[in-house]
Structures are given as C-alpha cells and as structure tokens.
Design a protein around this ligand. Structure first.
Ligand code: NAD
Ligand code: WQD
Length: 331
C-alpha cells in the first residue's frame, strides 16, 4: 500500500480525503500550518477511522522543515491540498496568495525531486477555466483566460508549473483535479467545513445564518439568465470528492492527467436555500442583493472523463449534503 503525505490534510477537503484513504488501508501523514484548520480535526479522524495520522505543524514555505519531513517520510505520493482559497481576500492581498500558494508548491516539487517521490495529486479548481461560452466545462477547454481573481490565477499558474515540471521529469506522475463546488460533511457529523474567520462560500454562510452567527443570507443577483434568476453551480458532496482522490491515486500514470470532479448537474442559489430549509425544517433568513462582481450565471462539470478513466462518479445528492451539513452543525 502506498504511503501518502497530505499537505493541508487537516483542512476541509483534506480531512475528508484522509478518512477515505485510511479506510482503504493507506498510511497517511499530514503537514499543515493550521492557518485555516484546527488540530482537533486529528481527534475526529481518529474517532472515525481508529487511526491517528502522524501530523507535522509546518508551513510549506519553510523549505528546511519540509525537507526534514521528507527525509524521514519515505512517501510514495503527495496530495497537495494546502493553499489559501478566499477569492475576495486574494484580490486585497495578491502577494500573500501568490507567495503562499505558488512558493509552497515550488518547495514541494523541489523536495519531492530530492527524495524521489514521483506521484502528485494537486487540488485545482474549476476557476481555471475562467469565462467560457458553454457552461458545461470539459477538460479540453482552454484555461487561464479571464480568471477574475489572484486566487484563481494561482491555481492556473500552479497547473502550468506542474506541466513544465513534468516536461523536465518525464517519469513523474501528476494528476490535476479540478473541483467544482464542494459542500456537505462526513456522515458522522464529526468533521465538516469550519473556516477560521469570515467565510465567502455559499454553504459556510448558510451554516452561519442557520446558527445565528450571520443574520441573513444575501442572495447575490436574481436577474441572471437562468430559470429562477439566481446563479447555478455544480455542488459536489465532499465525501464523493474525497473518493475521487482515492480513484485518482489508483490510476496514476506518467505525465499530467487532468480531471474535473463534479456531478454534471447545476443547482441554483434559490434551490440551495429550499434544500437547506427542507432538511432543517426551518426557514433560512435571506434577502435579495445585487450581483457579486466576477460571478458567472452558471457552470457545471462535464465529469465523463473521470468516470471513463478513473471509474469514479458522484453518488450523493444535494439532499444528502444538506442532511450531513445539519448533522455537523448539531454536533
Ligand atoms: P481549507 O482551507 O479547509 O484547507 C487548506 C489547508 O491548507 C488548511 O488547513 C490550511 O491551514 C492549510 N495551508 C494553507 N497554506 C499552508 C501552508 N503554506 N503550509 C501548510 N499548510 C497550509 O481548504 P479546502 O476547502 O479544504 O481546500 C483544499 C484545496 O482545494 C485548496 O488548495 C483549495 O484551493 C482547493 N479548492 C477548494 C475548493 C473549495 O471550494 N473548497 C474548490 C476548488 C479547489
Ligand atoms: C456559489 C453561489 C454566489 C455567497 C468559489 C470560487 C471557486 C471555488 C469554489 C475554490 C454563487 C452565491 C454566495 C453568498 C450568494 N473555490 N452566493 N450569497 O463563486 O461558485 O466559486 O468557490 O477554488 O474558485 O470562486 O462559490 O460558494 O462563493 O458561490 O448568493 O453569500 O452562491 O453568487 O452563485 P463560487 P461560492
């Protein structure tokens, strides 16, 4: 069985993936600087899986400490979740985002080369597609055009860096996973999305409205050219997404492979509110607000490449995600 290092493994997507990996018998270690996650996630992983992954509280920008981790790790593969992800903050602090996301990836590639670790899975994003004329996004589309924020550009640049790295290291196996909109939580209710600071994504905001920390959800835009006028996105249950990483790990091959991880279906903001209300049995306070800059009317994944090549497709629904989110909130 492969030994895996998960960077950012105490974060939202990382922690759910670590659980799926441990359940499949992989040995997993985590490096995270706890900038946007909590050490208690390790206790929850242990409760769910019976195993406590070895944990390094290290910033990936610290190349020396990263080297020490690899010197003893003997890893077969790295899943690189670590990064800053707040779109709005990235507009205000572009240097922070470029330095954190890009320099940490450069450090990682350097140390992987030094210790002969040849498999990398990278957490990319649908944001790399920018604006396209067709809302059903497919991996063959050109990336990098009209990305509206520095966060998105870090993902695009890192994808290009990985491609260049593979040209120079042809036996390297890189898989780039482009996530659509991850939501939901582990069915145990023990882990979920719990960002430090003020959230920007729809579901964490809905959660804070539900528990009273935010008074009302602002629905950004009701005049989009969609059926109900609100934006539509491809929301993917985080456990399905986590399983996509396991499938990717089982199908690594030399070169760069790129996969969309999404459901192939889009849901509007109004439909998300209704689904949450149905699952919770309570009204969700919300009001209609102007459009948010940079939002596209609609986008969803064409996930057929992942199904064809990785044998992976989503199984969970929006209703499942809402149920699990509420269960997590109640914990
Ligand atoms: P998250 O913030 O919950 O997890 C990221 C983790 O990385 C955090 O625990 C944080 O402390 C850690 N980290 C950040 N910079 C670090 C550094 N320099 N050194 C060590 N640790 C560092 O975010 P997430 O939602 O789990 O996202 C995981 C990855 O997936 C990110 O790269 C994100 O950009 C990408 N992604 C997320 C989404 C989404 O909507 N959640 C969508 C597409 C892509
Ligand atoms: C979803 C929908 C909003 C908040 C972002 C990143 C993308 C990826 C996923 C990392 C939109 C609406 C939101 C609110 C609202 N992340 N909304 N009121 O914008 O699709 O994608 O997260 O890679 O790169 O850009 O996700 O959750 O912010 O918004 O009405 O308070 O909810 O307008 O239609 P988005 P989101």
């Amino acid at each position: 069985m492969k030994k895996i290092l998960a960077t950012g493994g105490t974060g939202y997507i990382g922690s759910h993936t670590v659980i799926e990996l441990i359940n499949k018998g992989y040995e997993v270690e985590i490096v995270d600087n706890l900038f946007n996650s909590k050490i208690t996630v390790l206790d929850q992983i242990e409760k769910i899986t019976g195993k406590r992954p070895k944990f390094y509280e290290v910033d990936l920008l610290d190349g020396e400490k990263l080297d020490e981790i690899f010197a003893q790790g003997n890893y077969d593969a790295v899943i690189h979740f670590a990064g800053l992800k707040a779109v709005g903050e990235s507009v205000e602090k572009p240097i922070l985002y470029y330095r954190n996301n890009i320099d940490s990836t450069l450090n990682l590639l350097d140390v992987m080369k030094k210790y002969g670790v040849k498999e990398l899975i990278f957490s990319s994003s649908a944001t790399v597609y920018g604006v396209q004329s067709d809302p059903s996004y497919v991996e063959t589309m050109k990336t990098g055009g009209e990305i509206t924020n520095p966060y998105g550009r870090t993902k695009y640049f890192i994808e290009e860096i990985i491609k260049d790295y593979v040209v120079a290291n042809p036996d390297f196996e890189a898989t780039i996973l482009r996530y659509f909109n991850p939501i939901g939580a582990h069915e145990s209710g023990l882990i979920g999305e719990d960002p430090n600071g003020i959230p920007n994504n729809l579901m964490p905001i809905i959660m804070r409205v539900a528990d009273g920390r935010i008074a009302k959800l602002q629905v950004y835009g009701t005049d989009y050219p969609t059926e109900d006028g609100t934006c539509r996105r491809d929301y993917i249950h985080v456990v399905d997404l986590a399983k996509g990483h396991v499938a990717a790990l089982e199908h690594m091959k030399a070169g760069v492979s790129i996969y969309n991880l999404g459901t192939g279906k889009a849901t509007s903001v109004k439909e998300m509110i209704s689904a949450f209300e149905q699952a919770s049995g309570k009204a969700l306070p919300h009001e209609f607000a102007p459009r948010r800059a940079g939002d596209l009317a609609e986008m969803w994944a064409n996930p057929s490449k992942a199904e064809r090549e990785l044998g992976w497709k989503t199984e969970l629904t929006i209703a499942d995600a809402m149920r699990d989110t509420i269960n997590y909130l109640n914990h």
